[in-house]
Design a protein around this ligand. Sequence first.
Ligand SMILES: O=C1O[C@H](COP(=O)(O)O)[C@@H](O)[C@H](O)[C@H]1O
Length: 228
Amino acid sequence: MPLQRKVFPDIESLSQGFADFAATALQNTLNRKPQATLVVPGGSTPRHYLPALAKCKLPWDRITVTLSDERWVNVNDDQSNEKLIKQHLLSHLPANTPFVGLKTSHDNPFDAIEALHQRLDSLPLPVSLTVLGLGEDGHIASLFPGMNPDSLSAHHCVAVAPPIAPSLRVSLSLEMLANSEQIVLVVTGEGKRRLLDRLTTNPDTKIPFIWLSQLTNSEIIVFETNEK
Ligand SMILES: O=C1O[C@H](COP(=O)(O)O)[C@@H](O)[C@H](O)[C@H]1O
């Protein structure tokens, strides 16, 4: 598995290391192309490292920010990934930073999928940098164990009824994630680190993170803390 693991003593140093890496990756894209695309995850970990990224001096008007996945809740709901990203990244960036959210007014993500494909067609592709979290069950974005990986490579995104999470969701497809020029995984907590240790020696094909690592040609860089 093409995996490079960068280990930090605490979340503060991880956040700075991540921000430096992400800023360089985005700037490198912008040295070659007029536009870049940044995919960021939801959950809870990004609230630590996104403010560090927001402090980086970049031509943000040339970087489109979008999400790896979204819960099908109102964008003002505390469970909304869009709300999290607005609070911890976009609100600190220039107002003309382009943002493409994954929530529509449709009743459910299955009905929204065509509209979302059109929305995502506007992105500068391939994605320059995809940042992902990792669930303790090995899920990435909203691609969960128990799903059929062959059904997750649809165009840009897929609608999902997760086996355990409470709300319906939409997720970037496995193919969209795998085609990203750079992929970063940000991992905190002993349980997730142990999972990564196990997957590195035993790539369990029931785990979504393994589906991604086997499909992508890009190196996956892990930013992790070694705190208990
Ligand atoms: O529900 C989600 O959780 C995962 C993992 O979040 P973390 O805070 O434990 O890192 C996240 O990557 C995903 O985007 C989110 O919807």
